[in-house]
Design a protein around this ligand. Structure first.
Ligand code: HEM
Ligand code: HEM
Ligand SMILES: [Fe+2]
Length: 488
């Protein structure tokens, strides 16, 4: 790793400790963290409305709270990923970022555009849906609701980002991580275009929309976090590049092998041909396999290095990521992916349970790991291993966030189980069955517990922010050097 330039005092936040790409990365991280806070706030509001439907009615409607909740999530995770890529770019490519000035300008445009889109969502909550609202206010595709002007802006911003990344690797050197990353970014951003077609037919619309949503979270985002994990393991444990890159290739092959046709598990009930039952059921059932490989990879590496590492919080979150990805995506996804089961669970709180655990387990966790990598170097590559001053904060933040999330996920699973049983199995998916299930005590209690654990999660978030602001501040020891890790 590059020496931290003109080192200021250890423990002091100083941008001089960072390379150019990393200075830009910490800007993206900062916005990501703020939007994470917004996501939680709007999640809590939407949760209250499940319990008290009149709450804020006409002021902040459920539809808007829910939309801001999940769109904030997508945007902050993308900001977290972009930041993480800028973070590792110069280390991997071996040269300064090409076109960094452009990257900086784009950061401000991107952030401003996100702010405008959200303000418009909040100000104009009801109205007609026509071509002008599609261009100016909202596009109405769950998770990627940004209006058309912002869509085009996003495309321009990511093209500039892609230029920074590809040009830097091309001019410097392509490592295995770099090569996988560049190819993956082409697919990831290319797929965004599939969410921009206009069609008045809802089945066709859903058909293409899933190309973005599914092929993001179950293919291209997974590969991206595979690259991040590879880099993270090299940084924290000093694992040899040959080992992490071999694992990365295996994971990528398995991921694309199962995830691409796994898309079929969203084509069961939207009017697509029946062969999707077989294709979707079969390939998506294979999707947990690469996720097992990722658990084995991280646990094996940590074990081989006897857990001796340069950054306890970052490695801790990388391991939570490996398990969270496996349980949230792999196990919770597998539970409802066969058409025979999905017939009963489709669109219930069962789905929401999986959605929460998967997004948190696979993506939130790894971005938090990068926040910690970032802060360590930002404070002059300060000690973050055993006996770190104030370590209780990162540990308790991790506990509260995980307990809060698991509690919410279990609560939603109970509500979803009740819906599948009563609304679908017993009442046969009738209109009245829907309402019987919605008022059943198990459903209602599940919603209460989601709210309780949501508050635990929010407390964990506050502690996380506090920790990120203070971690390493009072440390005077430099980080363990990688040479020491290797001989340990
Ligand atoms: C990190 C990866 C993943 C994330 C973030 C994720 C997230 C989500 C989300 C948010 C939904 C709800 C979409 C909606 O609003 O309708 C969903 C649906 C679904 N996911 Fe995943 N998922 C992941 C991986 C998986 C995997 C690996 C499987 C299968 C093994 C799977 C199976 C499903 C199925 C079958 C549905 C449809 C549920 C329904 O019919 O209502 N997911 N996923
Ligand atoms: C304070 C914590 C949170 C609360 C109270 C909360 C609450 C909610 C509520 C009430 C919904 C609407 C569910 C529905 O329409 O049936 C929702 C949707 C969703 N939330 Fe959260 N949430 C929280 C945190 C999170 C986090 C941390 C993530 C992931 C990083 C997340 C991801 C999602 C997703 C993906 C959906 C859409 C699920 C689907 O359509 O199946 N939420 N949340
Ligand atoms: Fe999927």
């Amino acid at each position: 790793m590059a020496a931290p330039g003109t080192v200021a005092k250890l423990g002091k936040l100083d941008l001089a400790n960072l390379n150019g790409g990393q200075k830009l990365a910490v800007k993206y991280f900062t916005v990501a963290l703020i939007l994470f806070g917004a996501q939680i706030l709007f999640g809590l509001l939407a949760g209250i409305q499940y319990l008290k439907p009149d709450f804020l009615f006409g002021v902040m409607d459920f539809s808007v709270n829910r939309m801001v909740h999940i769109n904030a999530m997508v945007v902050w995770l993308l900001f977290g990923f972009i930041g993480s890529v800028y973070w590792l770019l110069e280390d991997e490519a071996g040269i300064p970022v090409v076109g960094l000035g452009l990257g900086n300008v784009i950061f401000w445009i991107f952030t401003l555009a996100v702010a405008v889109v959200v303000v418009v969502y909040l100000l104009i909550q009801v109205g007609p849906g026509n071509h002008s609202t599609r261009w100016l206010i909202i596009e109405g595709r769950e998770y990627i609701e940004a209006p058309r002007w912002a869509d085009i802006g996003i495309v321009v911003c990511v093209l500039a980002f892609f230029y920074n990344v590809a040009a830097t690797f091309t001019k410097g050197r392509y490592t295995g991580v770099g090569g996988v990353l560049v190819l993956d970014l082409i697919a990831l951003f290319g797929l965004y275009l599939a969410g921009m077609f206009y069609t008045p037919n809802i089945s066709i619309d859903q058909y293409w929309w899933w190309w973005v949503i599914h092929l993001w979270v179950e293919a291209t985002w997974e590969v991206l976090v595979g690259c991040l994990m590879a880099y993270g393991l090299m940084q924290t444990l000093g694992v040899r590049r040959k080992i992490v890159e071999t694992w990365l290739y295996i994971e990528v092959a398995l991921m694309f092998g199962s995830g691409i046709l796994g898309l079929g598990h969203h084509y069961f009930w939207i009017g697509t041909p029946e062969y999707w039952f077989t294709i979707g059921g079969f390939f998506s059932a294979l999707e947990p396999i690469p996720l097992v490989a990722m658990v084995v990879h991280s646990v094996f590496d940590a074990g081989a290095h006897k857990m001796k590492n340069t950054n306890h919080p970052a490695l801790g979150w990388i391991i939570v990521h490996a398990f969270g990805n496996f349980f949230g995506a792999g196990v919770w996804g597998f539970m409802h992916t066969l058409p025979q089961i999905n017939l009963y669970t489709h669109g219930t709180q069962w789905t929401a349970s999986h959605g929460h655990l998967a997004f948190f387990g696979a993506y939130v966790t790894i971005v938090i790991a990068f926040f910690y990598l970032g802060l360590q170097k930002w404070r002059g590559n300060v000690w973050m291993s055993g006996g770190l001053i104030g370590a209780w904060k990162w540990k308790w933040a991790m506990v509260l966030l995980n307990v809060g999330m698991i509690g919410m996920v279990m609560a939603m699973l109970i509500s979803g189980y009740e819906q599948s049983q009563i609304e679908r199995a017993i009442e046969g998916s009738t209109w009245s069955g829907y309402f019987i299930a919605q008022s059943h005590p198990w459903f209602v209690q599940g919603n209460w517990w989601r709210q309780v654990f949501g508050c635990v999660f929010a407390t964990g978030f506050v502690l996380l922010v506090w920790d990120l602001l203070t971690i390493g501040r009072d440390e005077k020891r430099p980080a363990i050097a990688h040479g020491e890790l290797a001989t340990a």
